[in-house]
Design a protein around this ligand. Sequence first.
Ligand code: URA
Length: 232
Amino acid sequence: MHPELMRQYLEYYRDLGIASLYRRSAPVTPLATPEPQAAESASESLDAIRADIGDCRRCRLHEQRNKIVFGDGNPQTKLVFVGEGPGADEDAQGIPFVGRAGQLLTQMIENTAKREGIPLERKDVYICNVVKCRPPGNRTPEPDEMETCGQFLSRQIEAIRPKAICALGATAVKALLNTKEGVTRMRGNWYKWRDIPVMVTYHPSYLLRAYNQAAKREAWEDLKAVLHYVYD
Ligand code: URA
């Protein structure tokens, strides 16, 4: 097994509360002893992941949050959007992207789809964030908070196995692609999270700022590319 995959399994089992694992000695003939089913498929439901998060206190973000914001949309979708973390409206409602930035994102998805002749509404995609609790004052999540919560994001994406991911802004890019390269340079291009294509684009909050009209046009282009790739 690839060491990175092994590390993810170990982290996953640790989070399930399983403190130690043992490994059977090597099989005499590889075909005679298949790998354990659960570990190999690594597929679990979003409900199971949400249940595992529980009333999470794994990092300091729990201290000031009202609601954990897990994710919203169709678990069978082909397209997942990943933002940064909940804002005030999301923290109050427990649903991602419902404030001003969220309304812009919803409009962008639905208007672009309509204009491109793709029958798609917000409820047909899945939307989530890198961190599930609101960072106080909407600050950027700290690396340790992203690391702690990142395992849940990975598990959500593995549970859904979309055809593509759209990374919204720098925090999503850092979490998914492990790079510090700027969004301005990366946007409009395809990358990979494991084996799943990732389109990078601007975060909708950035687009809300009046001076970002050119960026808005670019984000629409990015979204158009994602929608055609996924739904054509
Ligand atoms: N910004 C985000 O990154 N996520 C939300 O859910 C809302 C605003």
